[in-house]
Each structure stands twice: as C-alpha cells, then as structure tokens.
Design a protein around this ligand. Structure first.
Ligand code: ADP
Length: 257
C-alpha cells in the first residue's frame, strides 16, 4: 500500500509550511509576464501572461508544438526566454537565477534524468545527495513505498518498464520536497494503480503545481484551474469547477486548432 503521508506532510526534512501558521502552505505563486520565446524566426511563445496562485494547481493543455514544454523549461531554468519575466513569490527568476532555486522545484518530464546503470535506490541516493536531502535513507524508503517501487529498488533502471521509470522519476521529483512541481505528461506509461497513486500525491496540495497533459479528463478533475496554450499563445483559462468534462472537451476543440 502507498504511504500517502509522504509528499510534504510526514514531518520529513524540507517540508514546506509557513512559519507560525500551522497548516498553511508556503508554496510560492508563479507569475508569468509577457513571456516570449523565439527559436530563430520561429515564435514558440508569444507574450504569455499566466498566474499560478500560491499552493494552487494549474493544468495546461494544448496540441503538440503549442509551447507547453518550452514554458515549463523556462520556469525550470532549462530554457532562456527571449523576452518577458517569470516571478516566484514576486521575485524575478528570469534575471538573476538563485542557484538554490533548483531545490525548490521538482520537475518531471519525458526525459527521466535517471541513470540506467544505477539501481533505483542508487539513483535516488545520488539525487538526494545533490539536493542535500536530510534523513535521506528514510525519505527514499518512504518515497519508494509511495510510488510502489520497493520491490524493485535494487534493480538497475535499465531493466525497468517505461511506467516503472516514470514512477521512479516521480520519486526523484518529490525527493527534496520541492514547493513547486512542474509535471510534463506525468501520466504517460502509468498503470491504474500508479494513476491512483499520482492522483493522491497531487491531491496533497501543499505545493504549487503546473501540470502539462493531453489528458483532458484527468487534468480537469485534478487541477484548480485549466488553461489552453495554442501556437505559443494562452487562448483560454478557467476555474475547473466552472466546466463539465463535455464543456471542456468542446472548449479544447474550439481553441486548440
Ligand atoms: P509542446 O510541449 O507544446 O509540444 P514545445 O514547447 O516542445 O511544444 O515546442 C514549441 C515549438 O517550439 C515547436 O514548434 C518546437 O518545434 C519548437 N522548438 C522547441 N524547442 C526548440 C529548439 N530547441 N529549437 C528550435 N525549435 C524548438
């Protein structure tokens, strides 16, 4: 069974919480202002303005090539914007990037950043050291239970299925208890058990979450807000609670052309 207490709520090192305000998350808000990214003459993002409120969960949708990964890459510090700004809690991160910022962000993308020849546990130990995770072995054990990979913890990553790797990559993204989660297609390859596990992890809501997915139904049911990016422009935004699945499917068809 999963240890559902892990993502930031178990009293482990690095748990975020506003000092003196029990139960109130200190996860930062993300503000994106007029963000533009060009590759040569091609504009991948065009003057995108977007807000992810502190501790909230935004699901971002859009067809292939819409600019979703570019947007996540800019927030994660992997891609340089051409113009515009990104702020975390009002602090601009697109200008002088604090090297500790990486410790606040947990990212999951198609690229798992796992080392094939290392075992699952060795991978998590490596990243745990890199991020200065305290009580590392306990944290790793706890996360392995959460993602259901205890039984394969001593297997080299190269021997794992795509879905198993995705589970380990999720554990890696959560390892340092980041207060921001950037998730690019996290559902891919996951089986039913893992999908339920991920839903539970995301429902803990002690983090600011930006999720990119093609799964309209899962995204809508999990997130507080939904947004659609099309050809580098933000073309739709709404509260999830304002939309039925059928409405949103229609909205997506109307906007993502
Ligand atoms: P999405 O994640 O929505 O599928 P991307 O952000 O990956 O979209 O890509 C947006 C557009 O930018 C695509 O047309 C893609 O080909 C282009 N692009 C992304 N990265 C690069 C790059 N390094 N060089 C040139 N073009 C790129």
């Amino acid at each position: 069974m999963s240890d559902l207490s892990v993502p930031g709520t178990a009293g482990v090192a690095g748990v975020s919480g506003a000092p003196g305000v029990p139960g109130v998350a200190a996860a930062p808000g993300i503000s994106i202002r007029q963000l533009t990214k060009t590759y040569g003459r091609f504009r991948a993002l065009h003057r995108v303005d977007m807000e992810v409120a502190p501790g909230s969960f935004l699901a971002l949708f859009g067809p292939n090539g819409a600019g979703k990964s570019t947007l996540l890459g800019i927030i994660a510090g992997l891609v340089r914007p051409s113009r515009g700004q990104v702020f975390l809690d009002g602090e601009e991160i697109t200008k002088d990037r604090d090297e500790n910022l990486g410790k606040r962000i947990g990212a999951l993308s198609y690229q798992t950043y796992l080392y094939d020849e290392l075992t699952v546990r060795e991978n998590l130990r490596f990243y745990g050291k890199l991020f200065g995770v305290e009580d590392r072995e306990e944290r790793i054990g706890s996360l392995l239970r959460t993602v259901g990979m205890e039984a394969r913890s001593e297997s080299p990553v190269r021997t794992l299925s795509r879905g198993m790797r995705q589970r380990v990559a999720l554990a890696r993204a959560l390892l340092h208890d980041p207060d921001i989660l950037l998730l690019d297609e996290p559902y891919s390859g996951l089986d039913q058990d893992a999908l339920v596990m991920l839903k539970t992890v995301l429902a803990a809501r002690n983090k600011t979450i930006l999720l990119v997915t093609h799964d309209l139904v899962r995204g809508l049911e999990s997130a507080d807000r939904v947004a659609i990016l099309n050809r580098g422009r933000l073309v739709f935004e709404a509260e999830s609670s304002e939309l039925s699945t059928a409405d949103f499917e229609q909205t997506y068809r109307d906007h993502a052309v």
